[in-house]
Design a binder for this molecule. Structure first.
Ligand code: SF4
Length: 556
């Protein structure tokens, strides 16, 4: 805690040491080296809480680094991070448990016709480890003089509603026991004040959502989420060569949806070539699934068992695993000030996944996170004399950037599929912006009594999954998972949906104990926040645990 003492007031406070926050720090220290820039990150180390496929459009790094670090692509670190250039791109449709069809030609045709679906191409992008990328960006930010503080968790944003500005953030208290009693090592969470605040916490950011409520920011459409579960698998060299280094596969169909009969969920599987002899295998599922007994990990197992996937990974060893949500709602789900339209308010800017800059047509948002961090820095640099103009300046920069252009181009895509289902919605979505803006329900509102047909025969081994995610929290602290009304679990949820949080939580946090649903194992939590967005009664809140807790992703 001693490091934060000198920062109880700083010029710029960035909440979240992921790609967006670190891009903002790098660019700020380049443009205004005299500014004191402080990044706080809740993970124990940078990259520990970052999980993505991940496909990166390298132009985002060019925008960030070309004048900060001329020749940066020749550095050993850059070569390590960008070791996998994508040279082969496959879109595969899986039919049943064994058939597969490469339908990449359809994307090529869409691209030639100028249809928005044509964006779904990844040739010349890079398949990266977001954890490694984040660590590298953190090194650059530190070298430039930004103070990057790891293991510091913020629980709230301090908003002055009279002035319409954010004056700082409140860090979480440390050293409480499970019942909330102060222990000898108790430290009250400090308030860190700042002239400018950048919220770059990732998907479903705690402070971001607090600010949305406090400042009255609005979304034209509710945010939609997806849940991704991913494994990094060490395979044998022959399988790696057979898959082809430099290849990415995006798969749709089985086990998430099937024409005519079967489940109907938005999403699909991925296989990305990673570092030597490692493949990233994952499944991404729209959180608007209706099956009350569905667990995305069951779908991952089924995906891995498909003949097309199995040929590349059979006999392999899972060396790392994790889960995370993705904001999918797109353009209409970006939180804005209803009066000025700014993404944030006054001196406070919302960047990256916290703003929702994921383009589902491209199935990626990492480039937008980095670009938005860069724009946040430029907006702050140009608002030094008028800090309360920063969010407006930032929004102008975003509105005139590639971020806005591509978010606009896909603005109806996800909502169309949410409204019409993947079978009808996907083909109709090629009409792009000729389509109306469909009103969609929140993810948690759509759960039904229907059952998922492709469940694993055996209970998914969540213990091993969380072990390879290396998640840890100090055991003797108050639970950061709040069940708002325990009676709802017993009286409504059990009878209607059989307590789905027990099934879908990827870390096995929830259990029934003496007929009561409890967050029995909060120290297993992967910070994916699925429970907060998928409890069918909106009865769970994810709050932040003490800094340093959570997964310890190294190569995700
Ligand atoms: Fe994710 Fe909630 Fe389970 Fe934690 S408790 S791993 S946030 S679903």
């Amino acid at each position: 805690m001693k490091d934060i003492d000198k920062y109880n007031k700083t010029d710029v406070l960035i909440v979240g040491g992921g790609p967006a926050g670190l891009a903002a720090a790098i660019r700020l220290k380049y443009e205004k080296p005299e500014l004191e820039v402080c990044v706080i990150e809740k993970g124990q180390e940078l990259g520990n809480h970052n999980l993505s496929g991940a496909v990166l459009e390298v132009m985002a790094l060019h925008q960030l680094l070309d004048d900060v670090r001329p020749g940066w692509m020749e550095s050993n670190k850059a070569k390590e991070v960008l070791a996998n250039k994508i040279e082969k791109d496959s879109i595969t449709f899986l039919l049943g448990k064994s058939l597969s069809f490469n339908i990449f030609f359809m994307i090529k045709i869409a691209n030639m016709l100028g249809l928005s679906l044509g964006q779904m191409m990844h040739i010349d992008d890079y398949s990266v480890s977001i954890s490694r990328l984040t660590r590298w960006l953190g090194e650059i930010a530190s070298e430039l003089g930004a103070e990057v503080l790891k293991g510091f968790a913020a629980e709230d944003v301090i908003f002055n509603d009279v002035k319409g500005v954010v004056t700082g953030v409140k860090l979480i208290d440390q050293g409480l026991d499970k019942e909330g009693n102060k222990q000898p090592n108790y430290l009250a969470g400090e308030i860190v004040k700042a002239d400018f605040v950048v919220l770059a916490e990732g998907c479903d950011g705690l402070l971001t959502e607090n600010l949305v409520g406090k400042a009255g920011l609005e979304r034209k459409s509710d945010q939609l989420y997806s849940v991704s579960v991913k494994e990094l698998i060490k395979v044998n060299p022959d399988q790696y060569e057979k898959f082809t280094p430099g290849r990415v596969v995006h798969a749709m169909g089985y086990p998430l949806w099937r024409p005519v009969i079967g489940p109907a969920m938005f999403g699909g599987g991925i296989i990305y070539a990673g570092m030597k002899d490692h493949l990233s295998v994952g499944i991404i599922v729209g959180a608007d699934w209706k099956y009350h007994d569905f667990n995305p990990q069951d779908a991952l197992v089924r995906f891995k068992e498909h003949r097309f996937v199995e040929q590349y990974i059979k006999g392999g060893t899972v060396v790392e695993a994790g889960a995370k949500m993705i904001p999918e709602g797109g353009y209409y789900a970006i939180p804005r000030d209803p009066v000025s339209g700014s993404i944030g308010i006054g001196n406070c800017i919302i960047a990256g996944d916290s703003a929702g800059f994921v383009n589902m047509l491209k199935i990626k948002g990492l480039h937008n996170a980095i670009i938005s961090g860069t724009k946040a820095a430029k907006a702050i640099a140009s608002s030094i004399s008028e800090p309360n103009e920063a969010a407006k300046q930032y929004t102008k920069l975003i509105d005139n950037s590639s971020v806005d252009k591509e978010m606009m181009s896909g603005r109806n895509y996800r909502q169309t599929i949410a409204k019409l289902g993947p079978l009808f919605g996907l083909p109709i979505s090629v009409l792009g912006n000729l389509l109306p803006k469909f009103k969609v329900e929140k993810d948690y509102e759509v759960m039904t009594k229907a059952k998922y047909r492709f469940k694993c025969k055996h209970r998914f081994d969540k213990d091993t999954f969380t072990a390879v995610a290396a998640t840890e929290h100090r055991e003797d602290q108050p639970s950061h998972l709040i069940i708002i009304d325990k009676n709802i679990c017993v009286e409504k949820c059990a009878a209607k949906f059989e307590r789905p949080c027990i099934t879908f939580c990827p870390a096995g946090v929830y259990e029934t104990i003496s007929d009561e649903v409890k967050a029995a194992n909060p120290s297993n939590c992967l910070h994916c926040k699925t429970c907060q967005r998928k409890c069918p009664f909106d009865n769970i809140r994810w709050t932040v645990p003490e800094g340093g807790g959570g997964p310890r992703y190294q190569r995700m």
